[in-house]
Every structure is written in C-alpha cells, then in structure tokens.
Write a protein that binds this ligand. Sequence first.
Ligand code: S3P
Length: 192
Amino acid sequence: MGDNVILVGFMGAGKSSVGRLLARRLGRCFVETDDMITAQEGRSIPDIFAARGEAHFRALEEETVRLLALKSGDVIATGGGLPCREGRPELLRAMGTVVWLRGEFDAVYERAQRAGARPMLAGRGRDEIEALYRAREPYYRQADLTVDTTDINPDQVVSKLLLLLRDRNAATLSPLGKPGSLSPLGRGQGEG
Ligand code: S3P
C-alpha cells in the first residue's frame, strides 16, 4: 500500500530511534525489517549471518520486502542494505514515502560502531566500510525525501521530517482537498 513512511540509510543513520519517535508522533505502528526477519527465523541477525551467511540474510530481506507490500500506514525502518538492489528503490517508493536519513560518513561510521552488533562491520576496515557506504549512496539517493542527520539528534531529525512530510502532503492534496494517494499524513491522525 502507498501510505507508509519508509526510512532508509546506512548503519548508524538513526533509522530505529527516528522511526520509533516518528511513529509515536504520528500515532502509527513502527515496524523494523530486521525485527521481521529475526521473528521469522527465531534468531538474531548476527546469528543468521554466522550460521547461514550474508546471501541467506539477503534472501530473507527479499521475502520481507514482499511482506512489506501488505503494510499500510506504518512507519518502517529498513536494514541498511535492504534498499540497495536493482529495482528496490522503485519498489519501496510504491509502498509509501521513502526517506533517506543521510549522514556524513565519519558520523554514521562512528555511530554504527558504537551501537548494536553489526555483522557487516565485523572484520572490515574503515576504508572497506566507506566503499560500501559510497556504493550504497546511489540507492539511498532515490528516496523521496532526505534529512541530514549529521549534527542533530533524533528529536531534531523527527521535527525536520514532520515538516517535510507536511509539505509533501500539502503538495499531493487533490483539488477537492482530499489527501492524495501518496499522502503520508492523510489518515486524519494528529501528532499527539
Ligand atoms: C545491514 C544493516 C543492518 C542489518 C544487517 C545488514 C547492512 O541493519 O540489516 O546487519 O547490510 O547494512 P541496520 O542498518 O539497522 O544496522
């Protein structure tokens, strides 16, 4: 369905914290693709990587993308690699408003290392991770909206994002004043 808000961006961009806050402000459900995978597999993301490897994890992401198509009105945080496949950005945009939480590499790298167990960082040096970041940028860049998170906290990111979503919502109003199909705030739910 077309009215989700879908957060994309590199590890450490703040998708989980921003997504949780945004969902609360909008009175919507918050979903994380990594949680969907963890629940389905009955084990953590690091355990999935350790037991079955990255290729298996990417296949699970593929399946998750199919399940996302059933969602409507949710705030969805995607894993950092999920949008980075041929055709994915288009597929995600068909499901809602895609938002890139962008950050300068040094800032997101530092955050990614600090929080959470991330198998994609394990055994890779800074240069290798930066190459991955650069290779993924063209996919993230295809988002509908971009918020730079480099020097601001999740609360500030959410405030900026709410303004952008509101502008976009206004731009998609039909002549009758009804929210357009792409409207991310078009379900009469206030910010609380
Ligand atoms: C990954 C990012 C992780 C998780 C998995 C792979 C990646 O999610 O999906 O470890 O390839 O960048 P976060 O972006 O939430 O860390």
